[in-house]
Design a binder for this molecule. Structure first.
Ligand code: TXA
Ligand code: MG
Length: 380
């Protein structure tokens, strides 16, 4: 199958977007941008089309999909009642990066819900997603448009990497602003329960409806997650990754030393760092590894293998601006795949606000391999 990718900015008459909508109506798959990550859409009320999503992604059938809507009226047909607390949340956060889990109606195919008696729904705010949903005039089931287990795509190019030849169309609306997936909140229980941290933070939700609970696996428990997708290895780059948490200075020191050791052993080391520390990695590794004679001039962003460099520091954003880290994190994980590093060392972040979502994704990418770096005692 040929995959057509078009840029929205080149589609001034909207003809291609109409074609994308027609494809959705006829049961085909279309990848499209949302404010969080790119989605792989199919008509949510067409059981066969929905099956196509699982095939294209290689996704386990028990992992349910989020249904995307553009008008409030669409919700009525999908759910069996809308709790008061959901109405409050929708007033504040829809359209936007909040997915709500409701009791499902009989109209929703089993394939969408993975056989559960609930359905997850969200109303995206991205203008291209909204236009496409309006033109398609059907609710659209859409998981993140990556092959199952790979980092979520935040650009159309990422989608192409994973889906070329598997789907007929990719709508390119540029990079996604939020960069991590939507928050998933179960409103069938009282108080509501956070199943996946995301773009809308726990603090933002609690400011509107008061205290919520956390699914026990988010609170450090070992129970089976209520959101089936959270049990799979997700967001994983190809190389094994270690996450370093704790005191910022101690983290940086330990990562420098581990990067030096690993590279001396001949490994290609990806370092996921922040903009604030990037320059220090470049100074420490690129010129030194480059050998005599070429240490002058600007350090390359990537270590140059032809001169022996093996440490590849990439920044996911500014430590002082967690939203920028969220927007960049999946992209950096994918670049490590493209570079072909053997091992990844990653800086951790404070688990507040959107940092909660960032760390949830990084912990998963690291497969639980986390090293705590406590603050060093001052010696006098
Ligand atoms: O930001 C997003 O949510 C993106 C964009 C495309 O909208 N979509 C996305 O979909 O991340 P996906 O399929 O990659 O993740 C959906 C998550 C999974 O963890 C899944 O288990 C959970 O939502 N989920 C879906 N339906 C559910 C339900 N009825 N009950 C509990 N969890 C559910
Ligand atoms: Mg996903």
């Amino acid at each position: 199958m040929e995959t057509i990718l078009f840029k929205v900015e080149d589609d001034s008459q909207g003809d291609l977007l109409k074609r994308a909508a027609a494809l959705l109506q006829s049961g085909c798959l279309v990848a499209f941008p949302t404010e969080t990550v790119y989605g792989l859409g199919a008509n949510a009320l067409d059981a066969e089309a929905v099956l196509g999503i699982f095939q294209a992604k290689g996704r386990p059938a028990d992992n349910p999909l989020i249904v995307h809507i553009v008008e409030m009226e669409e919700l009525v047909g999908l759910t069996d009642g809308i709790p008061e607390v959901a109405k409050q949340l929708m007033t504040h956060f829809w359209p936007g990066a909040l997915t709500l889990v409701f009791r499902r109606s009989a109209a929703v195919p089993d394939g969408v819900t993975g056989g559960l008696d609930t359905v997850a729904v969200r109303m995206p705010v991205h203008p291209v997603a909204r236009k496409l949903l309006k033109l398609a005039a059907v609710p659209v089931a859409a998981p993140s448009a990556n092959r199952s287990g790979r980092p979520s795509p935040t650009t159309a190019q990422h989608v192409l990497e994973d889906m070329d030849g598997r789907i007929p169309m990719i709508v390119d609306g540029g990079p996604c602003e939020v960069g991590v997936e939507s928050t998933v909140l179960d409103v069938t229980v009282q108080p509501p329960m956070l199943l996946r941290p995301g773009g809308i933070t726990r603090e933002m939700i609690e400011a509107v409806i008061g205290p919520i609970t956390l699914d026990s696996h988010l609170a450090g428990g070992t129970d089976k997650p209520k959101s089936p997708g959270m049990k799979y290895t997700h967001y994983a780059p190809r190389a094994p990754m270690t996450l370093f948490i704790g005191d910022t200075v101690a983290v940086e020191k330990r990562m420098f030393s581990d990067a030096a050791t690993l590279s001396a052993e001949g490994h290609r080391v990806g370092v996921l760092c922040t903009e604030e520390s990037l320059v220090r990695y470049r100074l420490a590794f690129s010129p030194a590894e480059a050998g005599p004679g070429i240490s002058d001039g600007p350090s390359p962003l990537l270590a140059d293998e032809s001169v022996g460099g093996r440490v590849f520091p990439l920044s996911s954003g500014f430590r002082g601006n967690p939203a920028s880290v969220a927007a960049g994190v999946f992209s950096v994980l994918r670049r490590f795949d493209a570079i072909g590093v053997d091992v990844i060392l990653a800086e951790g972040f404070p688990e507040t606000g959107v940092g909660h979502a960032i760390m949830n994704r990084l912990r998963k990418a690291a497969g639980g391999h986390v090293i705590l770096c406590p603050q060093e005692k001052e010696t006098t």
